[in-house]
Design a binder for this molecule. Structure first.
Ligand code: PHB
Length: 256
C-alpha cells in the first residue's frame, strides 16, 4: 500500500488505529484515537471516517467510535483461534461447572498470552484475565506453561527482558524462573501461588497437537486459601481430553 510522507504504509496506520482500542477502552473519540495511534489529527479523522464507511469501525450512540461488528465477523471466519475454542469449550464448561471459579484458554501471541475464552461465576475470586486480553508470560499460570514449552528464542527474550513484579510472589529472578520452567516441563503443569494477585492461585496445563507441540494453555484461577487438590486434577483431566480431541480431529492450528 502507498506510503505516507513519514515512510509508513497505510496498512500500518490502519492497524495502529484499530490497536488504539483495548479491553478497558472500547469507545474513543477520534481525537483520542489519533493520540493513541500517534497520528496527525487530519490523518486520524480521514482514516476513522474511511473505516466507519467499511464497517470496520462503528459510531456509538454517544458519538464515540468503537470496533465494528463487521471486523469481528471477518476475524472469526475460519480463524484457528475459533476452531481451538470450539474444541475446548465443552471441556472448559465441565471444569467450570465442577469448580465454579474461572476457566481460561490462552495462546502465545507475540511474547504474551492472549486469552481466547474465559468462563466465570458471579461469586468467583478476583481475576484480571479478559477475553481478547493479554497477560505476561512469566507471571500468569498460562503464560508460564507456554513459556516452559516455548522455543529457546522465546525463553531467551523473556529472561533477558525486565521481569515485572505484580505481587511479592511473582517470580522475577531469571535463575528462579529458569528453574520453575524446568519444573513445569518435568511435571506438565504449574501452580502459580499468588503470582498475579495475592488472593488467587492460577493452575495451568498445556494443550498439545498431533505432533505433540504445545499450542495453548488451559488454566483455572481459584482462591489461594482453598487447599484442595481438586482444581489441579480437574484441569489436568480437561487438558488431556482437549489434547486428545485436537489429535483426533482437524488440527485447529494447521494451515490448510
Ligand atoms: C494466573 O493465570 O495465574 C492468574 C491469572 C489472573 C489472575 C490471577 C492468576 O487474576
Amino acid at each position: 500500500m502507498a506510503n505516507s510522507t513519514s515512510g509508513e504504509s497505510v496498512s500500518e496506520r490502519i492497524v495502529r488505529v484499530l490497536e488504539a482500542f483495548d479491553v478497558d477502552r472500547t469507545a474513543l473519540t477520534t481525537t483520542e484515537i489519533g493520540r493513541r495511534a500517534r497520528l496527525p489529527s487530519s490523518t486520524a479523522h480521514r482514516l476513522v471516517g474511511e473505516l466507519i464507511q467499511t464497517g470496520l469501525l462503528e459510531r456509538t450512540a454517544g458519538g464515540r467510535v468503537q470496533l465494528g461488528l463487521h471486523l469481528w465477523e471477518i476475524a472469526q471466519r475460519g480463524s484457528r483461534a475459533l476452531r481451538l475454542r470450539q474444541i475446548a469449550l465443552p471441556y472448559m464448561e465441565r471444569v467450570q461447572a465442577r469448580l465454579g471459579e474461572h476457566t481460561q484458554l490462552g495462546v502465545l501471541e507475540r511474547d504474551e498470552v492472549l486469552f481466547l475464552e474465559r468462563l466465570s461465576h458471579p461469586q468467583a475470586v478476583s481475576n484480571v484475565t479478559r477475553v481478547a486480553g493479554r497477560l505476561p508470560l512469566h507471571a500468569s499460570s498460562s503464560g508460564l506453561v507456554l513459556l516452559a514449552f516455548g522455543d529457546e528464542e522465546l525463553q531467551r527474550r523473556t529472561l533477558e527482558a525486565p521481569l515485572a513484579s505484580y505481587t511479592p510472589d511473582t517470580v522475577t529472578d531469571p535463575d528462579a524462573l529458569r528453574a520453575l520452567l524446568a519444573r513445569i516441563r518435568r511435571e506438565g503443569f504449574v501452580v502459580a501461588e499468588g503470582f498475579v494477585e495475592p488472593v488467587s492461585r492460577g493452575i495451568a496445563v498445556p494443550i498439545r497437537d498431533a505432533r505433540d507441540r504445545v499450542i495453548a494453555a488451559l488454566s483455572v484461577v481459584v482462591p489461594r486459601a482453598d487447599p484442595s487438590a481438586g482444581p489441579l486434577e480437574e484441569v489436568r483431566a480437561a487438558g488431556a481430553a482437549i489434547s486428545r480431541r485436537v489429535r483426533e480431529g482437524a488440527d485447529p492450528f494447521a494451515s490448510r
